[in-house]
Design a protein around this ligand. Structure first.
Ligand code: BES
Ligand code: ZN
Ligand code: ZN
Length: 506
């Protein structure tokens, strides 16, 4: 995306489209929207002899969120089209509103094959939001909405993304605003990279392919290094969880260790741990529902890789270590059986009750390995339980952990990015059932229906005394319902941007 800053008024902006934003009137009855004072809309209306106001009235455009009105400028200004966008009620205006506007602008631009858009950026704060914050959200929305996954389609049938330039009219500090734009682009592209990995079919995105993607990142960026452990090294590490899950698969497992070190002295060390099951058939407890969706089971690993991609260029002053345990979960004559007792890297024995509760087995080893880097904070991300969708739905990520400060920071970061997270309790009573079998732990069958809490309770001990949180992204890593900036069914890239905001703020 190209960003341009100009002082010239909107009518002189050379772009395919200029847009202005209108709020919905604070009233019960639908009322035709009026153009705002500060974003150039009134000026354009004058040049077009009231044509915009007329269109607003005639088409009953109320400025509701998601509403838009496209008007041809009839060459009365430099731009070909004028787009009026509804922002909803002013009192509800937030960064998320702006992100959605960005998404809408990108969608409409691509729809009419526009390459460039122009708009006015107000210098003053709006509802406490600075110009840079607003611009960042807008660009994030644009770049996220510009995403599509059509590499597997016939070239002719792919949806071309024409939109590639934004002209901002501003009197403000352009260096600061340009920085906000590039940060936004880096973060959204990182999320899009994660979406590519998660959307990729499991016959192509194998554990080996995931490891290759990690090694490629390290090759591309001097501040990132990567070490991949293959089957032999995984055995030497006694990663009994990962070894048990991979047994039924003919693809070799991979354990990926990424490191990002800042140039300056680092403020903290953060370990990011990702579940990297490239396909979860359930194993011998084979899935009977949504099995075709289970390529998404490496979304946690994809998140780690997406974050690292952005770290390389946005360079926060924190040391970040990434750990990914990757394999397939398949049934076969060699597969782990329900009833098997395995020994994890930490030495804890686990009776495998359900081979479909495989994420916790591979994460147990990854968390144990990550503890050795003595991190200030540990964050694991995993599509761990289908129950996450029942606990808090499709738009909220359940977050659980042993440190209120860390949980609070991540929830706050999620508020800024539009990726909300909600804390669930690590209610210890639900753990009792895990302790009843012949081994130290059972991997399932705790006796509670709170599967998301139980999944986290299983992991808790493997984080030892470290400050740790678990984000169960089973319901938020994938969108069945498109929205303004996640315009297609598929991977969302959630919570890449949240982790990045968190790291930049540390
Ligand atoms: N990968 C699944 C969880 C999942 C389900 C992710 C739906 C995304 C959408 C996980 O490995 C799993 O199968 N979990 C089981 C655990 C149970 C057997 C304790 C579940 O949630 O049912
Ligand atoms: Zn499973
Ligand atoms: Zn799984």
């Amino acid at each position: 995306m190209n960003f341009h800053f100009t002082r010239e008024s909107l009518d002189k902006t050379i772009a395919d489209l200029v847009f202005v934003v209108t709020f919905q009137k604070d009233s019960e009855k639908p009322v035709a929207a009026t153009l705002q004072q500060n974003d150039g809309g009134q000026g354009l209306d004058k040049l077009l002899e009231g044509q915009i106001t007329q269109a607003i009235k005639a088409q009953e455009f109320n400025g509701k969120e998601g509403e838009s009105l496209l008007i041809h400028s009839l060459e009365k200004i430099k731009a070909k089209n004028i787009l009026i966008i509804g922002a909803g009620l002013q009192k509800k205006f937030s960064l998320e509103t702006i992100r959605r506007i960005g998404g809408k602008v990108a969608q409409i631009s691509n729809g009419i094959k526009a390459q460039s858009v122009g708009c006015v950026v107000e210098q003053t704060k709006i509802k406490g939001l600075t110009t840079a914050e607003r611009l960042q959200a807008f660009v994030e929305g644009c770049v996220l909405a510009n995403y599509s996954f059509d590499y597997y389609k016939d070239k002719q049938k792919r949806t071309p993304k024409t939109f590639k330039a934004i002209h901002f009219q501003t009197k403000g500090n352009t260096a600061l605003l340009a920085k906000a734009c590039t940060t936004a682009e880096t973060f959204a592209q990182a999320a899009n990279f994660t979406r590519d990995l998660t959307n990729s079919p499991p016959n192509d995105l194998t554990p080996t392919a995931l490891a290759k993607a990690a090694l490629a990142l390290a090759k591309e960026h001097r501040n990132i290094s990567c070490r991949v452990l293959g089957l032999k090294e995984i055995k030497a590490q006694k990663m009994g969880g990962l070894l048990a899950v991979t047994k039924g698969s003919s693809e070799p497992p991979q354990f990926i260790h990424l490191t990002y070190k800042p140039g300056q002295k680092s403020r903290a060390k953060v370990a990011l741990i990702g579940k990297g099951i490239t396909f979860d058939s359930g194993g011998l407890n084979i899935k009977t529902r949504e099995i075709e969706l289970m390529k998404l089971d490496m979304a946690g690993a994809g998140t780690v890789l997406g974050v690292f991609k952005a770290l390389a260029t946005s360079k926060p002053k924190v040391h970040v270590e990434g750990f990914i345990a990757s394999c397939e979960n398949m049934p076969s004559g060699n597969a782990v059986r329900p009833g098997d007792i395995i020994t994890t890297r930490a030495g804890t024995t686990v009776e495998v009750i359900n081979t479909d509760a495989e994420g916790r087995l591979v994460l147990a080893d990854a968390l144990d390995y990550a503890c050795e880097s003595k991190p200030t904070y540990m964050i694991d991300m995993a599509t761990l339980t289908g129950g996450a969708a029942y606990a808090v739905g499709e738009l909220i990520t359940p977050i659980l952990g042993n440190d209120k400060g860390l949980i609070g920071r991540l929830i706050n970061a999620g508020k800024k990015t539009g990726e909300p997270a909600w804390e669930l309790p690590l209610y210890q009573n639900y753990k009792k059932g895990y302790l009843k079998g012949p081994a130290d732990l059972k991997n399932s069958g705790s006796g509670s229906k709170a599967s998301t809490i139980c999944g986290a309770l299983f992991l808790e001990g493997f984080a030892k005394k470290n400050k740790w949180v678990h984000m169960d992204i089973a319901s938020t890593a994938w969108a069945d319902e498109p929205n303004s900036y996640h315009t297609m069914v598929g991977a969302t890239g959630n919570p890449v941007r949240t982790i990045l905001y968190f790291l930049m703020d540390l």
